[in-house]
Ligand binder design. Structure first.
Ligand code: AMP
Length: 491
């Protein structure tokens, strides 16, 4: 078995103008849903994605759609949109449109957004010349269809985002009405966090022979795990790990390394310090792996040192700690890793050791999970011995394929939190929950939608930014709702 295969955006075959925009955003590797969805969508397949916010699903559809539009450029006729994205709420619609604009900024493709609670006319004006991508909430779109300011007969690609929320909000009939105006020859992409019966039925109606992709919910896992980061020189990680094991609370720890060789080295170091562990990875026989797992389950060993792939099948309750000896290159792997603790509703602890060259990876993880992980800084700690001169399981690997300058941030703590086990629930820098999956933000979305359906009531939400406001999370743009130019098409 090979270690984690790294995929890059360019390997997915994306247009160079999109790659340029992604590099500027600091995205290094695709998230699992992106890696799975992008090639199929580029190939023109229909897609059924089971994924929620935080998995990178917006880019999973926006990137291949922009790629297809750019590969087959032609002006949309007046009032037409080549692509229609339906979103349940105005906040999500604004966010999706922003993503299209950001990723597509070197392509010259045009994007418009329409939702309730703001004036119709600028939206109609924006559509008068036709657009490449229209992002809309269902209620307001139907108004425009009635007024013939939007025509959908030529639309080539339909995206239905957060379909289960559409159901909750009573949008299934409007969606059927809208879909009835589209050509049968379109490509359709369907995203939902859950698959209740009605949503399954709707998907079956809309999709032809879809590719199915499904990724683990990010937010729920992340919420239940007490996470911390320790900044440390790579050559001192092994000594720090020994120190962590001196805590008797660390009863059953899963230690992740990026490579098989790294796993063996870490295991040897722990054994030398008298800590009984095993390494499992693809070079071990099935039998060795099973024995190690059995010992781990039975509590005969305190630690299992594993690579991502080897750890995939591990389902051991009562893993007290997950230690990321190295940060994963794919941000979503972080979520999978820490999800190994906090099983069955228990609360687990995840500690990540981060060398200065891994900081871009940490930033990707924090962006994906929409949180700032409490950190402590142990670099320069004279009490920790440096181990070995080679950087076999250190930062050298983190840097590979990353393509960005290292140590972009001055060393030190990101948020000044000093408690290594501090609770990482803040979900962002501004205090507002950014995670749309579970908290009050859902309500924020709903109230937005009420505005969409009853335009006159909607105005009170303007400027609120909704529960999903992510101003600052991507370093471009501000709160979306304040962009009242809802329909401004960017030429
Ligand atoms: P979404 O699930 O689409 O709401 O995306 C969640 C967050 O992850 C957004 O803030 C994106 O900017 C960020 N994101 C998406 N794709 C990547 C990637 N490949 N690497 C790092 N961050 C990403």
């Amino acid at each position: 078995m090979k270690d984690m295969e790294l995929t890059t955006f360019s390997e997915l075959g994306l247009n160079a103008n999109l790659l340029k925009a992604l590099a500027a955003e600091g995205y290094t590797v695709p998230t699992p849903i992106q890696a799975q969805a992008i090639p199929s969508v580029i190939a023109g397949r229909d897609l059924m994605g089971i994924a929620q916010t935080g998995t990178g699903k917006t880019a999973a559809f926006a990137l291949p759609i922009l790629h297809r539009l750019a590969a087959n450029r032609r002006p949309a006729p007046r009032h037409h949109a080549r692509v229609l994205v339906l979103s349940p709420t105005r906040e999500l619609a604004a966010q999706i449109a922003d993503s299209f604009k950001t990723y597509g900024r070197h392509t010259g493709l045009t994007v418009a957004v329409m939702y309730g609670g703001v004036a119709h006319r600028p939206q109609a004006t924006a559509m008068s010349r036709g657009v490449d991508v229209l992002v809309a909430t269902p209620g307001r779109l139907i108004d425009h269809l009635d007024q013939r300011s939007v025509v959908l007969s030529g639309t080539e690609i339909l995206v239905l985002d957060e379909a289960d929320q559409m159901l909750d909000m009573g949008f299934i009939r409007p969606i059927r009405q809208i879909v009835g105006k589209l050509s049968q020859r379109r490509q359709s992409l369907f995203f939902s966090a859950t698959m209740p019966k009605e949503i399954g039925a709707l998907a079956a109606e809309l999709l032809r022979d879809p590719v199915r992709v499904s990724v683990a919910p990010v937010a729920t896992t992340v919420d239940r795990v007490r996470q911390s980061v320790i900044h440390i020189e790579p050559q001192k990680k092994a000594s720090l790990l020994v120190e962590l094991f001196s805590d008797p609370a660390m009863k059953r720890a899963l230690v992740f390394t990026r490579t098989k060789r790294g796993a063996d080295k870490v295991a040897r170091h722990l054994e030398a310090a008298g800590i009984i562990v095993s390494a499992i990875h693809g070079n071990k026989s099935q039998r060795q792996r099973e024995e190690a797992l059995e010992d781990f389950r039975a509590g005969r060993i305190r630690g299992l040192v594993a690579t991502d792939i080897a750890a995939r099948g591990i389902d051991v309750d009562e893993v007290s700690h997950v230690v990321n000896f190295e940060l994963p290159n794919v941000p979503e792997s972080y979520v999978h890793r820490i999800g190994r603790t906090a099983r069955a509703g228990a609360e687990g602890i995840a500690i990540s050791l981060c060398g200065s060259e891994e900081r871009p990876l940490l930033r990707d993880i924090e962006r994906l999970t929409r949180q700032t992980i409490p950190s402590t800084n142990r670099s320069g700690d004279a009490g920790l011995a440096a181990v070995g001169s080679d950087r076999g399981h250190g930062d050298g690997r983190a840097a590979r394929g990353n393509g960005r300058p290292h140590a972009a941030r001055p060393s030190g703590q990101r948020n000044g939190a000093s408690n290594g086990h501090g609770h990482g629930h803040s979900h962002g820098h501004g205090g507002a929950p950014r995670n749309g999956a579970s908290k009050g933000s859902r309500n924020g979305q709903r109230s937005g939608s009420a505005g969409d359906r009853h335009a006159s009531a909607g105005e009170r939400h303007a400027g609120a930014g909704g529960g999903r406001g992510h101003a600052g999370s991507r370093g471009h743009g501000g709160g979306h709702a304040s962009r009242s130019g809802a329909a401004a098409a960017k030429r």
